[in-house]
Design a protein. Sequence first.
Length: 327
Amino acid sequence: MKAVYINQFGGPENLGIREVSDPTKPEGRNVLVRVRAAGLNRADLLQRKGFYPAPAGYSSNIPGLEFAGEVVETGNDVRSWKPGDRVMAITAAEAQAELVSIDESLLFKIPDQLSFTDAAAIPEAYITAHDAIFTLGELKSGQTLLIHAVASGVGIAAVQLAKQAGATVIGTSRTADKLERLQGLGLDHGTATPDAKFADEVKRLTDGRGADVILDLVGASYFAENLKSLSTKGRLILVGLTGGATAEFDLRLALQKRARIIGTMLRGRSIEEKSEATRAFADHAMQYIESGAIKPVVDKIFVANDVRAAHEYLESNQSIGKVVLEF
């Protein structure tokens, strides 16, 4: 089969399409899927640079954390899927290839009205967002959610999911033009953060209370302002590290607010944990995608052969929503 391949770690010029061995014939609960489209994520950029190796058992040379496609073959113990079924899923690596082998519990059905390209924009972003703001952040109707890097795939997914839950959503971005384009998706308030300062504005927008939940896709450079922005008993969910991994902060503020600081990632979890997150999202939120109340936002589509250009585009920070590779 053909797969996106990192020939050596570094810049996008090191990417290409290579013939690699097909996955082994599926056994037990495994399902072989023909990939039609795969989402591109910032984790793939880090993997390409050598900073985010794949877990044991996966090749660090073949990136990809999510895909959409058709079932080709199933193991003897598979009961939920059959050849021809349209499915999507998260995986720890190797999604950017023509074939993927995956445990059946991680798959969920593509709604009939969605294309493979739209479906490929769902798994990583929406499962990550759902797990962060609801399972970990315990966001409730009437509460306020603050999302950093709100124009990212996870950020947009969080906006849409939070609005369906009846929350007020504040989003930050480094540029004001991205915020303007998100108003139609349910963003209540947007604030540009070229100087990484936002706590005063969050306090103003919440009448001094602060945000009940913060979804932080940036990291260290926002940490001190995040603590200032939290409400009493607020939950800070750390997901991304584009703004650095090491921060100093005032512990007194965390104690005074009785704050909860929670770190999370999907990639390193066990199959059982990923399956739980997948089922929680599917059971709670897929109804909104099926009804059209939530629509995945695909910013740009590249054919897999143009993977270098896709990496360059995502790295340029121009995108709003997801970048998708078609196979």
